[in-house]
Design a protein around this ligand. Structure first.
Ligand SMILES: [Zn+2]
Length: 309
């Protein structure tokens, strides 16, 4: 399985258009020891012919254009993108679907609750089903394996199992609507199995870590894990108010109950932080937080990465 990182930042990207934090300011000034990043987007393929997107970022159009493997190959309308797996209904993860509205057939895999939010509550997504052979929706259930299929319906060689990571729906979903939805379908982690036996865990948003999640991660060869915030009060300190990382559904990296400590015992997988917010001090490669993460054996995903599993 080939894994392409098209984007590695959290919502807003790095720099973020309306942010003048130390990181964003210094990146714009050309004095930052680190890299700019577009919003989190990963693409996977087992054969380099059919590609699957893990979520669809608001930066998707530019990310596809920047990636040769995702360009059309045949004359006329064509795309090697066979499908999209959605791990939540967050705007960061679904907005790119609107950039795929040009009457191209592909599959969307999501939970029934996420499908209802998109198809029943937000009429703009009807643009994905204007003609009969456009987007094909496949409802998925937690802890049931399924193959990612090509547009023609053939097994791509990638198997997938999703599992629940959280119960909170995005802020745009009303409280009344949430009552109709299944809480466990709000936020997923995904385990992707390649035909070579390699196992890739993708989870750009993780509210908390428990023993069952640790066991799943120990069964993976490669883990892409929530790297949104360094500390729980990071946004409050930068903005002078707002929510904590945990209130926003992201376990912070640092601290006694942060992900660095919680996942320190993992032995098998290669560990990569993804979905990194522009305020996160570990983006500064000259700083102590970057050194701490690297010393602990973690990597920080960068746009343009290609990994084979
Ligand atoms: Zn910033």
């Amino acid at each position: 399985m080939r894994i392409r990182v098209l984007g590695s930042a959290a919502g807003g990207g790095f720099p973020q258009w309306n942010c003048n934090c130390r990181n964003c300011r210094s990146l714009r000034a050309g004095t930052f020891s680190g890299k700019s990043r577009s919003q989190a987007q990963v693409a996977i393929s087992n054969d380099d012919r059919t590609w699957f997107l893990l979520n669809t970022s608001p930066d998707l159009r530019a990310q596809i254009e920047a990636t040769l493997a995702l360009h059309p190959r045949n004359v006329g309308r064509d795309s090697p993108i066979g499908g999209v797996l959605l791990t939540s209904g967050d705007v960061d993860q679904i907005a790119g679907l609107l950039s795929l509205r040009e009457l191209q057939p592909f599959r969307v895999y999501c939970t029934p609750s996420i499908r209802r939010i998109l198809q029943e509550d937000n009429s703009v997504f009807r643009m994905l089903n204007r003609v009969s052979d456009q987007v094909s929706w496949t409802e998925i259930a937690c802890d049931e394996s399924f193959p990612l299929l090509t547009v023609a319906g053939n097994d791509s060689g990638i198997g997938c199992t999703v599992f629940s990571l959280g119960t909170h729906y995005p802020a745009y979903v009303s409280r009344e609507r949430t009552v109709d939805l299944k809480a466990e379908e709000a936020l997923l982690g995904a385990m992707l199995d390649s035909s070579s036996g390699g196992r890739f865990a993708y989870m750009p948003a993780v509210p908390a870590v428990d023993d069952s999640l640790l066991q799943r991660l120990e069964d993976a060869d490669l883990v892409f894990f929530d790297g949104t915030f360094w500390s729980d009060d990071e946004l409050i300190r930068v903005q002078g108010g707002g929510s904590t990382a945990r209130e926003m559904g992201h376990i912070p990296i640092s601290g006694a109950e942060g992900s660095l400590c919680e996942l320190a015992g993992l032995r098998r997988p290669r560990k990569v932080f993804v979905h990194v917010n522009n305020t996160n001090p570990m983006l500064d490669e000259s700083g102590p937080e970057y050194r701490e993460v690297r010393t602990a054996g973690w990597e920080i995903a960068e746009d343009g990465w290609s990994l084979d599993l």
